[in-house]
Design a binder for this molecule. Structure first.
Ligand SMILES: CC(=O)N[C@H]1[C@@H](OP(=O)(O)OP(=O)(O)OC[C@H]2O[C@@H](n3ccc(=O)[nH]c3=O)[C@H](O)[C@@H]2O)O[C@H](CO)[C@@H](O)[C@@H]1O
Ligand SMILES: C=C(OP(=O)(O)O)C(=O)O
Length: 442
């Protein structure tokens, strides 16, 4: 096992190149299952644990995948099995995204129940409601969901109770090969939805309205593999923007797309951070002083929940008191306890956290409780006095490509060290506490 060690206090400078978006590439890989002919060639595929996991899900179905130099080739001419096994789905709930394309193409999908995880219960009722509206029968038992249809799915009008990213994607994929027209209302508008729609349309699908509140899909008979380049990761970009701001540095975020980052840019500007945008990326430079702000997470184009913990790390050192409201996931303040170990002063009541600013952060031993919480601890460590030691970093590796190398290139004093799990437990017992076992998924 590995830990990340950060020694804080160094202003970062230079350029960081943003990788392809995890949350765009996962549904795109799932969508490649729909291609009965041709090979999908997906470019800028980040070498992340999640990408390897979903590729294994496809392999388990007898689909051929080849990954080299951030290019993933998927040959789905033959699908030999229709099951996404528990061992893979438990590692990553986004594996459930293969349900829509398998069902749409093969008329049958058996997927292990993704279940709840660290940040909240994360139900899939809206995915299933969509599949049923398209004519599928759903059965749930022994930890699996089975969806089947007699012949092609049938286009339908579907209203989502919540604008779920995953449900929008899964239903969109299932509907591409359905008979007739599907209209999905109250859909998610995230840039990753638009990237998926572009991929599907390149394959021969007829998807209109992605990026707005209503998507219309005319079903087609067949889809083919194509070449596609994944959009840059707006959450990785936002994380490095905060790395620049929290260290009082100046960093060029190469490849970041302004339009995808509007709520993050606006909040950073309100805090006082200097932002300059050009066609190749975004320059982020130190603020003379950092001011407290309030923020509330919302579906896109609102402030992203995936940036809430990272923003909180910056608010801890800003002047004044900030109020952070989390409206998407009921358990997404786990980083607060870890921040407290670093001298953070935050009071949580329900879905609201009140952050006392102007805190002198002190390096400490902390644990990454989920992906973005882990990223936020690295950020806090970059600003803290002394050494921060972050364990459970497998969560961070789900979503950040070479995070320690990228930060080192910007001048950070950061690295990874190997350790035995038994050493850690011994150490925790000696100081009178044993951490609960963290869930596998973030
Ligand atoms: C792989 C991926 O793209 N993950 C992102 C995706 O997750 P994911 O697609 O799982 O998130 P959703 O948009 O589905 O969830 C948003 C809200 O809808 C609720 N809900 C969702 C589905 C459903 O059937 N019923 C229901 O009630 C959830 O509990 C949550 O409160 O969007 C989240 C919200 O921006 C991000 O944090 C995740 O990083
Ligand atoms: C919560 C996240 O991802 P996932 O939906 O894959 O758990 C995330 O990217 O912050």
């Amino acid at each position: 096992m590995e830990k990340i060690i950060v020694r804080g206090g160094i202003p970062l400078s230079g350029t960081v190149k943003i990788s392809g978006a995890k949350n765009a590439v996962l549904p795109i890989i799932a969508a490649s299952i729909l291609a009965k002919d041709g090979v999908s060639v997906i470019k800028d595929v980040p070498p992340l644990d999640d990408v390897l996991t979903i590729a294994k899900v496809l392999e388990a179905m007898g689909i051929n995948t080849q990954y080299e130099n951030e290019v993933l080739k998927i040959d789905a001419k033959q699908v030999k099995a229709h099951e996404a096994p528990y061992e893979l789905v438990r590692k990553m709930r986004a594996s459930f995204l293969v349900a829509g394309s398998l069902l749409g193409r093969e008329g049958y999908a058996k997927i292990s129940l993704p279940g709840g995880c660290a940040i909240g219960t994360r139900p899939i009722d809206q995915h299933l409601k969509g599949f049923e509206a398209l004519g599928a029968q759903i059965e749930i038992g022994q930890g699996f969901i089975e969806a089947r249809s007699n012949g092609r799915l049938k286009g339908a009008k579907i209203y989502l109770d919540v604008p779920s990213v995953g449900a929008t994607e899964n239903i969109m994929m299932a509907a591409t090969l359905a008979e007739g027209t599907t209209i999905i209302e109250n859909v998610a508008k995230e840039p990753e939805i638009v990237d998926l729609a572009n991929f599907l349309n390149g394959m021969g699908a007829k998807v209109r309205g992605a990026g707005t509140g209503m998507i219309r899909i005319e079903g087609v008979q067949q889809l083919s593999g194509i070449e596609h380049t994944v959009i840059p990761d707006r959450i990785e970009a936002g994380t490095y923007m905060i790395a620049a701001a929290i260290t009082g540095g100046s960093v060029f975020i190469e490849g970041a797309i302004e339009d995808h980052l509007t709520p993050v840019i606006s909040k950073l500007q309100e805090i006082g951070v200097k932002i300059d945008i050009n066609e190749n990326g975004i320059q982020v430079s130190a603020a003379e002083s950092l001011k407290a702000v309030d923020l509330k997470t919302l579906p896109y184009p609102g402030f992203p929940t995936d940036m809430q913990s990272q923003m909180m790390s910056l608010l801890m050192i800003s002047e004044g008191t900030s109020v952070v409201s989390e409206s998407l996931f009921e358990n997404r303040f786990m980083h607060v306890t870890e921040f407290e170990r670093m001298n953070g002063k935050i009071k949580v009541e329900g879905q609201t956290a009140v952050v006392t600013g102007n805190t002198k952060l002190i390096g400490s031993k902390v644990s990454a409780t989920d992906l973005r919480a882990g990223a936020a601890l690295i950020l806090a460590g970059l600003a803290a006095e002394g050494e921060t030691e972050i364990s459970d970093i497998h969560h961070i590796d789900r979503g950040y490509v070479n995070v320690t190398e990228k930060l080192k290139q910007l001048g950070a004093d950061i690295g990874r060290v190997k350790y035995q799990e038994s050493e850690n437990i011994k150490e925790q017992k000696s100081i009178g506490r044993v951490l609960p076992i963290q869930p596998t998924m973030a």
